[in-house]
Ligand binder design. Structure first.
Ligand code: SF4
Length: 190
């Protein structure tokens, strides 16, 4: 196991034992994230949903199927990337994450990113976007290629809508597809 994989396993263990907010009480499993520890691209969503909570894996329900289709269109598979969420336990009934939960949980995300040291982050939905760009609106900055210095990492961040929004709304699906074309071109994949 690589050094990065070992360090990520340690963070997973901490997440599995975490009781810092109330969400662990109603969740079935913790969902730390999954993928390639050496990935140059990390996708960050909002929080586990029903299927993710059942399986302990990120993006395994319908949103995950759409994510896989969008990845395939730009020549990527899950094994190429790392996928995780802002929150590591499912909020009851898929309600929005609360500000205190985000504040309490995101040190785990920060630790994961500092281990993986990706070059590119794709934020899926407004909660992940707001973690890097507080106060911004996703409808305004989605699809933009943003370069930031963040905790000693030089990151390119491309915010896009959450796949679940694309499943609900045809216009948002079209926007997601367009923004994934931007991602593919930026990565030199298409
Ligand atoms: S959601 Fe995050 S902070 Fe809350 S219990 Fe789970 S791991 Fe801990």
């Amino acid at each position: 196991m690589s050094a990065k994989a070992q360090k990520l396993k340690y963070i997973e263990k901490l997440i599995s034992q975490c009781q810092k907010c109330q969400l662990y009480k109603t969740a079935t499993n913790h969902v730390p994230g999954f993928g390639n520890p050496e990935a140059e691209i990390v996708f960050i969503g909002e929080a586990p949903g029903y299927h993710e909570d059942q399986q302990g894996l990120p993006f395994v329900g319908n949103s995950g199927k759409l994510l896989d289709k969008l990845l395939a269109k730009i020549g990527l598979v899950r094994q190429d990337v790392f996928v995780c969420n802002i929150l590591k336990h499912r909020p009851p009934n898929n309600r929005d994450p609360q500000p205190l939960e985000i504040k309490t949980c995101t040190p785990f995300l920060k630790a994961q990113l500092q281990i993986i040291r990706p070059k590119v982050i794709i934020t899926l939905g407004r909660f992940a976007m707001n973690y890097f760009f507080p106060g911004e609106y996703i409808s305004k900055i989605k699809g933009q290629i943003k370069k930031i210095d963040w905790n000693k990492l030089k990151l390119t961040i491309i915010p896009v809508y959450h796949p679940s929004a694309g499943l609900r709304n045809g216009a948002m699906l079209q926007a997601l597809e367009q923004d994934f074309q931007t991602i593919g071109k930026f990565l030199g994949k298409i």
